[in-house]
Write a protein that binds this ligand. Structure first.
Ligand code: GTP
Ligand code: MG
Length: 415
């Protein structure tokens, strides 16, 4: 925790698994990009010699430049996404605010979330909002102003408003966690559209349930739909508003046990998304309101919660955050980077094959030329030899002829 009361992630924070993996895969793709560019340059140099590279090889290599570039683009934008669902007023917006340690999202009476709100980190000093279908940045000064702006816009409930919050004010946002708040699952018939639009790339889902009642059919149905579209989604269940249990301590254990069993059955037997042991680490009893109050006390010196047992509930919320960080980090590395690393390997292998092909072709060409040269030398040597023999013979013949002529001339002279 720094002097402003903000949580600074330690190097061993579970979120660092994702942060480090992201840096590493970005570095690797940076190297691949250099490698591809070098290859294209080299091919252009030797392209004139058609016997060594052919047009197809050059074209294929050039295409890799674009592919690697677009993968790098996606990689820079990759983040860990957590989406919160549950019935109206269970405390979804409050849970997010508690995790972000500030009143960022409007919550409470008159501030019902009426569209999807995404909070993500920005490298700016001041927060701003971007509405769906627009690139305009609207400055926001306060939560009240944001809530007012959202009401005024008459947005459809499945539209998305992005809230960019300075990374310097929150460790989770700096580490690339993106939060998605939703309207209550009980207020819409468009659950399919919601899932298609906002859930398919979520790494973790948090069902914010109400510990004062029980898991509702609408909440269950929503997650049944999610788990038909995603294989084994990571779902946490927060039995929120658990501070209410303080007023009825005589039923505390019994109520907790009942909620725990129902939530466990839902995850393990109904949705079949995890084992009994895993589910034990996915169900928590919290009071988001108290956690937010405590954290606001740390930074803004507002009053602390007073309800009995708030420390225990605070610890349970912290435990949830720890398990959540581990889960989202590991899951996001898998879902976001596995495919890219396969494609990176594929591109590197293809390039190696092309270059090896070129190397082998040029070796073959070299051998052929050497062979041709040897044949030519052999021919020259043979011709030279033949010439020598012929010359010798001619010399001999001429010599004989001259002798013969001399002989005959002198004989004729004598006669
Ligand atoms: P919608 O956006 O309307 O769907 O509601 P929501 O789920 O976002 O709930 P929100 O965070 O707006 O909370 C509704 C009210 O419940 C607010 O007044 C909160 O202060 C209060 N609240 C949230 N969490 C808790 C909690 O753990 N305990 C208690 N007592 N009140 C809570
Ligand atoms: Mg809300």
């Amino acid at each position: 925790i720094n002097e402003k009361g903000l949580k600074i992630p330690l190097d061993n924070s579970p979120l660092q698994i994702f942060v480090k993996a992201k840096k590493k895969i970005n570095d690797i793709f940076g190297e691949i990009e250099e490698y591809v560019k070098d290859t294209v340059e080299y091919m252009h140099e030797i392209e004139k010699d058609e016997n060594i590279v052919n047009g197809d090889q050059v074209k294929e290599t050039k295409e890799f430049v674009g592919k690697v570039h677009s993968i790098r683009d996606v990689l820079c934008r990759d983040h860990m996404k957590v989406a919160f669902f549950g019935r109206t007023s269970n405390g979804k917006s409050t849970v997010i605010n508690a995790m972000l340690r500030d009143k960022i999202l409007p919550s409470g009476i008159g501030h019902t979330t009426n569209c999807f709100l995404q909070v993500e980190g920005a490298n700016t000093e001041e927060p701003y909002v971007v509405l769906e279908g627009s690139d305009d940045r609207c400055a926001i000064e306060s939560v009240g102003q944001l809530a007012h702006a959202l009401c005024k816009e008459k947005l459809s409930e499945s539209s998305l408003v992005k809230i960019f919050w300075p990374k310097s004010r929150c460790g989770l946002l700096r580490d690339d966690v993106v939060f998605v708040d939703s309207p209550g699952v009980d207020v819409t018939p468009n659950l399919d559209e919601w899932i298609d639009k906002h859930c398919l790339d979520a790494d973790v889902f948090v069902l914010v349930a109400n510990a004062e009642s029980t898991l509702m059919v609408t909440e269950k149905n929503f997650f049944h739909k999610v788990s038909t579209k995603l294989s084994k989604p990571n779902i946490f269940i927060l039995n929120n508003r658990w501070d209410a249990s303080a007023s009825e301590p005589e039923f505390f254990d019994q109520v907790r046990k009942q909620h725990q069993e129902r939530a466990l059955d839902f995850l393990v037997k109904e949705l079949k998304v995890c084992t009994q042991k895993e589910a034990d680490e996915r169900i928590f009893f919290t009071s988001a309101k108290e956690v937010l109050q405590t954290r606001m006390h740390d930074t803004k010196n507002t009053p602390l919660p007073v309800t009995d047992g708030f420390q225990t509930r605070l610890f349970e919320f912290q435990d949830f955050e720890k398990k959540f960080e581990e889960c989202i980090s590991i899951s996001a590395v898998k879902t976001k980077f596995e495919q890219h690393s396969q494609r990176g390997k594929f591109i590197a292998n293809q390039l190696r094959d092309i270059l090896e092909g070129i190397y082998n072709d040029s070796l073959r060409l070299k051998e052929e030329k050497l062979k041709q040269r040897k044949e030519l030398t052999d021919k020259i040597n043979y011709t030279e030899q033949q010439l020598m023999i012929i010359t010798q013979e001619m010399k001999k013949k001429i010599h004989n002829m001259v002798e013969d002529v001399e002989h005959r001339v002198s004989k004729a002279l004598n006669e």
